[in-house]
Design a protein around this ligand. Structure first.
Ligand code: C2E
Ligand code: MG
Ligand code: MG
Length: 585
C-alpha cells in the first residue's frame, strides 16, 4: 500500500475533496437546523467548561451574543450560586458519561427576567473515549409552568377569597384522616354558614357581599392553627378542617373562637355589617371515617343550627341525620311534585267582624304526596325557598287562585278579594310586578281583587328592591298585606314607608288573647297603631268565640280561623260562598 500510483492518489484526493464538500454541506445544514430550533443548544469544552458554541435560540434566551459567550464560562455571567449549580451538573454529566436531565433550573436572563429551563446534558466523547465536549439542550418551560400553576389555582383555589375550594379541602381532610388513623387523635370538620348573607348580597349588592366573604375568610384563617385548613365550599359556606385535635372539647373551643370572630362587625365601604354564623360540626372518627360522611354530617349539623334559630353551633348526632335525610328526600320529591301537579290550593274565608260577611279568601297551598300524604306548607315552603322552586310554585298558586276568584266574581260574588302569600324569594324577583300584571290580564281578575301577603321578614330582607317592586304592584291596583305581624324584627318605620293596606295579627298573639293580659295589650296596640296609619287589621287563627269577642272589643276589622272555617278546597269554598249569599240575601 505504501507506494500509490499517481492515478490512485489523484482519485483519492478527489474523493477526499468531494467528501469534504459533502461534509461541509451536511454540517452547514445541521447548523442551520440547530440555529432554527426553538431550544437553546450549547456546547462547552469538557476541560474548561467554556462555551464553544451556542445557537440562535440560546443567544436570544440568554440575551448574550455568541461572540460574547464563546470562550467564557458560567461564572462570567451568572451569580455565583447559579453558576455553581450549572457547573456541578456539567461535572456530574461528564463523570457519569451519560445523559443527565435537569427537571427545573432557574436562570436570571438579561432581558427576560428569571426563566425556568428543563435541560438535558450529554458528554461528547473523543476518539480516545474521553469526554471532549459537553452538549446541552434547554427548553424554556416558564410559560408552561405558569399556566400549570394557574391551572392548579383554577382547579383548587376559590378565586374570590384565595382559599382552598371544596376539592382541595376534601384532599386536605383526607390527608388529615390518614395522619390521625394511627395516633388516636381527632379531626374536626366545621361547616360555617353566614346567616342572612343572601339578603346582604341582594340589598347592598354583590360587591359588598364579595368583600364580606373575603373578610370572613380572613377571620376564619386567623382563628385557626397553621396546619388547619379553611376553605370556601359554596356561596356563603366555609368549611374548616381542624387536624390533630386531642379532645372533642377543643373543637368546641375553636368553634367558639371562630363564631366570636365572625360576630364582630364588618366595616365595608364605611357601613357596619353584622353577621352571625350557623356552624355544624362533625368529629372523626366518631362521626365518620371518610371525607364524604364527615362533610355530610357537619352539613346536617349546620342545618340543625339554622333550625335552632341560627347564630349557634351544633355537633352532629345520629338523630339529626334522619331530619336531614328527610329534608333531602323532600327536596327531591318537591321537584317532581311540580311536574306531577301534586299541589292544590285551599281557601280560607276572611270574615268582616262587624257584618259577619265573607269579604275574601286566603289561598293556602297544599301538597298531597301519593305516599307521604299531606305535607305542611310550614315544612315545604322553606325548602322550596332554599331551592328556588318557590318561584314556579308561587306563580302557579297565584294563577290558580286568580282564575278561581275570577270565576267567583263571575258568579256574583262581586266585591270579594283573594289574598295570596308571597315568599321573600319571590319579592326579590325584579320581574314580580310584571308577572303579576300578566297573570291578572290572562285570568281576567281585576287588580283591586288581589291582595298579596308578605311577611315582615320578607320586607326587611330586601328594603331596596322590595319597595320598588311593591310600589309598582300598588300602582297597578293590587293591595299589600303584612302577614304574621309581630313575629319578625318589626321596624315600625317600614309601616309608614311601604305601601301597605292591611296588617295581619299573628296567631301567636291571638292564641292566648282571652287569658294573657300582655297578648291582649299587644293586640290592642297593634289595632290602635294600624288604625292610626289607616290600615285594616285582620286577626289570624281565631278558634273560639271568646277570642272573637275580645277582638271585636279591640276594634279589629276582620278575622280568619277555624271558628268560621278551615281552609277548604275550591268546590267547598264555592258552596260556602253560595250559602253565605243566600243566608244574607
Ligand atoms: P299564613 O299565611 O300565616 O297562613 C295562616 C296559617 O294559619 C295557615 O297555615 C292556616 O291553615 C292556619 N290557620 C288558619 N286558621 C287557623 C286556626 O284557626 N288555628 C290554627 N292553629 N291555624 C289556623 P298553613 O296553611 O299550614 O300555612 C302555613 C304558612 O305557609 C302560611 O302562613 C304561609 O306563610 C305559608 N303558605 C301557605 N301557602 C302559601 C303559598 O301559596 N305561598 C307562600 N309563599 N307561602 C304559603
Ligand atoms: Mg298568609
Ligand atoms: Mg299569617
Amino acid at each position: 500500500m505504501g507506494m500509490e500510483s499517481p492515478r490512485n492518489a489523484e482519485a483519492l484526493a478527489a474523493a477526499i475533496r468531494m467528501n469534504e464538500v459533502h461534509l461541509r454541506d451536511v454540517s452547514a445544514s445541521l447548523e442551520a437546523v440547530i440555529d432554527n430550533i426553538p431550544l437553546m443548544v450549547f456546547v462547552k469544552d469538557a476541560e474548561t467548561l467554556a462555551f464553544v458554541r451556542v445557537n440562535r435560540a440560546g443567544e436570544e434566551l440568554l440575551g448574550l451574543s455568541r461572540e460574547v459567550l464563546v470562550g467564557k464560562s458560567d461564572h462570567d455571567f451568572w451569580p455565583v450560586e447559579q453558576a455553581d449549580f450549572f457547573v456541578a451538573r456539567d461535572r456530574e454529566t461528564l463523570a457519569k458519561g451519560t445523559l443527565v436531565e435537569i427537571e427545573e433550573e432557574l436562570i436570571q436572563t438579561r432581558d427576560k427576567g428569571v426563566r425556568v429551563l428543563r435541560t438535558k446534558k450529554v458528554p461528547i466523547l473523543g476518539d480516545d473515549g474521553a469526554p471532549r465536549y459537553l452538549l446541552g439542550i434547554s427548553e424554556d418551560v416558564t410559560d408552561r409552568k405558569r399556566s400549570e400553576s394557574s391551572l392548579y389555582r383554577l382547579a383548587n383555589i376559590d378565586a374570590l377569597t384565595g382559599l382552598p375550594n371544596r376539592g382541595l379541602l376534601r384532599d386536605r381532610l383526607d390527608q388529615a384522616l390518614t395522619r390521625v388513623r394511627w395516633n388516636g387523635r381527632l379531626v374536626g370538620v366545621l361547616v360555617v354558614d353566614l346567616d342572612r348573607f343572601k339578603s346582604i348580597n341582594d340589598s347592598l349588592g354583590h360587591a359588598v357581599g364579595d368583600r364580606l366573604l373575603v373578610e370572613a375568610g380572613a377571620r376564619l384563617c386567623a382563628a385557626v392553627r397553621d396546619g388547619d385548613t379553611v376553605g370556601r365550599v359554596g356561596g356563603d359556606d366555609f368549611a374548616v378542617v381542624l387536624t390533630d385535635v386531642a379532645h372533642k372539647e377543643d373543637v368546641g373551643l375553636v368553634t367558639e373562637k371562630i363564631a366570636a370572630a365572625l360576630r364582630e362587625p364588618f366595616c365595608i365601604d364605611g357601613t357596619e355589617l353584622f353577621v352571625t354564623p350557623s356552624i355544624g360540626i362533625s368529629v372523626a372518627p366518631s362521626d365518620g371515617a371518610d371525607v364524604d360522611t364527615l362533610l355530610r354530617h357537619a352539613e346536617a349539623a349546620m342545618y340543625q343550627a339554622k333550625e335552632q334559630g341560627r347564630n349557634n353551633h351544633q355537633f352532629f348526632s345520629p338523630a339529626l341525620d334522619a331530619t336531614v335525610r328527610r329534608r333531602f328526600a323532600l327536596e327531591h320529591l318537591l321537584r317532581r311534585a311540580i311536574v306531577e301537579e301534586q299541589f292544590q290550593v285551599h281557601y280560607q274565608p276572611v270574615v268582616d267582624l262587624r257584618s259577619g260577611a265573607v269579604v275574601g279568601m286566603e289561598a293556602l297551598v297544599r301538597w298531597r304526596h301519593p305516599e307521604l300524604g299531606m305535607v305542611s306548607p310550614a315544612e315545604f315552603i322553606p325548602l322550596a325557598e332554599d331551592t328556588g322552586l318557590i318561584v314556579d310554585l308561587g306563580e302557579w298558586v297565584l294563577r290558580t287562585a286568580c282564575e278561581q276568584t275570577a270565576r267567583w266574581i263571575a258568579m256574583g260574588h262581586a266585591s270579594m278579594h283573594i289574598a295570596v302569600n308571597l315568599s321573600a324569594r319571590q319579592c326579590r324577583e325584579r320581574s314580580l310586578a310584571e308577572s303579576v300584571g300578566r297573570t291578572l290580564r290572562e285570568t281576567g281578575l281585576p287588580p283591586s281583587a288581589l291582595m298579596l301577603e308578605l311577611t315582615e321578614t320578607a320586607l326587611m330582607n330586601n328594603p331596596g328592591a322590595g319597595r320598588e317592586v311593591l310600589e309598582r304592584l300598588v300602582a297597578q291596583g293590587v293591595s299589600i298585606a303584612l302577614d304574621d305581624f309581630g313575629t319578625g324584627y318589626s321596624c315600625l318605620g317600614y309601616l309608614k314607608s311601604f305601601p301597605i293596606a292591611v296588617l295581619k295579627v299573628d296567631q301567636s298573639f291571638v292564641r292566648n288573647i282571652t287569658s294573657d293580659q300582655r297578648d291582649r295589650m299587644i293586640a290592642s296596640t297593634v289595632v290602635g297603631l294600624a288604625h292610626g296609619l289607616d290600615l285594616t287589621v285582620v286577626a289570624e287563627a281565631v278558634e273560639t268565640e271568646g277570642q272573637l269577642d275580645v277582638l271585636r272589643a279591640l276594634g279589629c276589622d276582620r278575622f280568619q280561623g277555624y271558628l268560621f272555617s278551615r281552609p277548604v278546597p275550591a268546590d267547598e269554598a264555592t258552596t260556602l260562598l253560595a250559602a253565605q249569599a243566600e243566608g244574607r240575601g
